[in-house]
Design a protein around this ligand. Structure first.
Ligand SMILES: C[S@@+](CC[C@H](N)C(=O)[O-])C[C@H]1O[C@@H](n2cnc3c(N)ncnc32)[C@H](O)[C@@H]1O
Length: 282
């Protein structure tokens, strides 16, 4: 039997440690195509294009389809990107490409959340913050200060036996329902204070996976994060009495993930290439 919490240092494009139809919900934030800090993840092609980058992510999306139960949910946090090449400005709408790709995989697209992050600054001609001429029309661009939380379901809605106690014990309040099921979430980002790796990780705040896990899973369910970063989704899954499996490609992040959960008192199995390397009891 698998332990309740598993972290696999490896590539989520092949999740061979996760059996078919064993996961109830995925909550994740992948590297964002066309955002320069993530470029080297996609560098398998000599000069990866927007299409190559989405094809890289698609390999993980296909694995998500395999491991989710029928009626399982996938929540993907993604931002759009802008880039100027050869003097030509272009918008890359990552969210719409990911919706198309999940639809091609047979998922049902549910209404999504717009996460308003009060952090980015307005842009002038795509060159960063407004400068002195920022009050003159017409060459400024609207700021990308929203990210998307895309929500997909594998097949029809999940069914439960009548009065299933685990489902009833997982219910939310009216106040939570009204706030969480509205389309715009105003949640502040987190300060990125992880030495050196901070820019690579771009952690989301705990409030994002906390809401999604409460909204779309029940107590005891299995949560997957295939792009684990600093371990935010693992930490929240523990807090919410769910089980967890996650993948992270960069081995340097293993210690950061360990530190994140060491006070939980729960046992986490760390595996590398399918081999158990450590068991942590907080
Ligand atoms: C946006 S970050 C995730 C941040 C995370 N939500 C958090 O709160 O810390 C994306 C992560 O995916 C990892 N990654 C990229 N490609 C991967 C792959 N093929 N398999 C596993 N992890 C990958 C990167 O190393 C990075 O840590």
């Amino acid at each position: 039997m698998s332990p309740d919490y598993r972290v696999i240092i490896g590539d989520s494009r092949r999740m061979s440690d996760v059996t078919d139809e064993s996961v109830h919900i995925t909550v994740t934030s992948p590297p964002y195509p066309m955002v320069s800090i993530w470029d080297d993840f996609f560098a398998e092609a000599a000069a990866p294009t927007y299409n190559d980058m989405h094809e890289y992510l698609n390999e993980t999306w296909r694995e998500i389809r395999r491991v989710l139960i029928p009626s399982g949910i996938a929540c993907i946090n993604i931002g759009d990107a802008t880039r100027t090449s050869n003097g030509i400005f272009h918008l890359y709408p990552n969210h719409s490409r990911i919706i198309e790709n999940f639809e091609k995989l047979g998922f049902v697209t549910l209404p999504y959340v717009l996460w308003k992050k009060p952090t980015n600054r307005p842009h002038y001609k795509g060159k960063g913050a407004f400068l002195g001429s920022g009050f003159l029309p017409p060459n400024a661009y609207v700021t990308l200060d929203m990210e998307y939380i895309l929500i997909f379901r594998k097949g029809p809605p999940r069914s439960f036996p009548p009065k299933d106690p685990r489902r009833y014990d997982s219910k939310f309040t009216k106040k939570q329902r009204d706030e969480w099921f509205s389309q715009v979430w105003k949640v502040p980002g987190v300060r990125q204070d992880l030495d050196g790796l901070e820019r690579r990780v771009a952690a989301f705040p705990e409030e994002i996976p906390r809401r999604l896990i409460r909204m779309f899973s029940i107590l005891g369910d299995v949560v997957l994060d295939p792009f684990l970063g600093s371990g935010t989704t693992l930490k929240v899954a523990m807090d919410l009495d769910r089980k967890f499996v996650g993948y992270e490609k960069l081995s340097q992040l293993a210690d950061i993930i360990r530190r994140r959960v060491e006070s939980s008192g729960k046992q986490v199995e760390f595996l590398e290439h399918g081999r158990v390397v450590d068991e942590l009891v907080g």
